[in-house]
Design a protein around this ligand. Structure first.
Ligand code: DON
Length: 307
């Protein structure tokens, strides 16, 4: 087994790089379709703040659905747990992240907070309790990542809004079942801004350290959520973070993880490390193809996963 080091990460980045030519960059909006596919990066943080990185670890990209973990986390800081889980489930959906089928059959209650429907409910909850939910999220990620210049990519957010028919349909369907309380357009604006957050692997790995560190940020400085809530989020990431690819990902990588169509994946080994990888081309489930391969190599070389 190898020790964790920058040299090891560089080695696996070099081995995986040819795979960046496979898969398909998200093309539902021009701002994502234009990203160069041959980029590949990885960053790892340990709870005491040690950082390892290789490849394009400092290039910012659109975090997209990785933000769904952040909106759930902020909701957990504002509501009693029961208030959240009566509006969204904890089960894998086995469907595409933007599917409407299950939602109709299950009376407007999304299967979990990591599909679009579930994240829209989280944003609806935030809208009900916060006067400025977008500003709150920026403050949250800037504090966790220690990067005061993290921003929304307004071009991505606007472009998402112009292609929002499916998310609007999801939100309106939930409204028809009484599971959506605020103005659909207003909540979608917030949701798209969260998806448009531009962050690098290094910034993401540092931000998500709280899930590897019993709910606390680096060096125990900030108890973001309780150890129990951190454990529960990790469980949900394990079963639902990679959508209909969750089983295959658990088989190959064996870590709780969350992907985004920008090509990022955040993964966690509780108590040990938070990891962020990025490569823009996606597999058929909408998860980064080379990013998944990079994580698979990492678990093999380190001999570490949660199993
Ligand atoms: O709302 C959407 O469909 C996109 N903005 C985000 C989807 C996404 O990242 C799903 N993840 N793989």
């Amino acid at each position: 087994m190898s020790e964790l080091s920058n040299a090891l990460l560089q080695e696996i980045v070099d081995e995986v790089r040819p795979l960046t030519a496979q898969g398909k960059v998200a093309d539902y909006i021009p701002a994502l379709a234009d990203v160069e596919a041959d980029q590949l990066g990885i960053a790892i943080y340990t709870p005491d703040g040690e950082c390892y990185q290789a490849g394009d670890a400092d290039t910012r990209f659109s975090i997209q659905s990785i933000s769904k973990v952040l909106s759930l986390t902020v909701a957990l800081t504002l509501y009693e747990d029961a208030e959240i889980w009566q509006r969204v489930g904890k089960e894998p959906s086995g469907q595409a992240f933007n599917s409407l089928v299950q939602l109709e059959l299950e009376q407007g209650k999304p299967r979990n907070p990591f599909i679009n429907a579930g994240a829209l409910v989280m944003c609806d909850l935030l809208e009900s309790r916060l006067t400025a939910p977008r500003q709150r999220m920026l403050e949250f990620v800037r504090r966790l990542s220690r990067q005061p210049d993290i921003q929304y990519d307004r071009v991505v957010a606007r472009s998402e809004y112009e292609h929002s028919a499916r998310n609007a349909a999801i939100a309106w369907l939930m409204k028809s079942f009484g599971n959506f309380h605020n103005d659909v357009s207003k909540v979608m604006e917030t949701y798209f801004h969260y998806c448009s957050l531009a962050m690098s692997c290094t910034e993401l790995a540092r931000t998500f350290l709280y899930l590897a560190n019993h709910g606390c940020s680096q060096n125990e400085e900030w108890a973001v959520i309780s150890p129990r809530q951190a454990r529960q989020i990790n469980a949900l990431m394990m079963t639902s973070g990679m959508y209909d690819g969750a089983g295959e990902f658990a088989w190959r990588v064996g870590m709780p993880a969350k992907s985004g169509v920008g090509g990022g994946i955040v993964a966690v080994i509780p108590g040990q490390m938070s990891i962020a990888v990025w490569s823009p081309a996606l597999d058929h489930s909408g998860n980064s193809l080379a990013g998944t391969a990079l994580l698979e190599k990492l678990t093999e070389r380190l001999g570490r996963s949660i199993f």
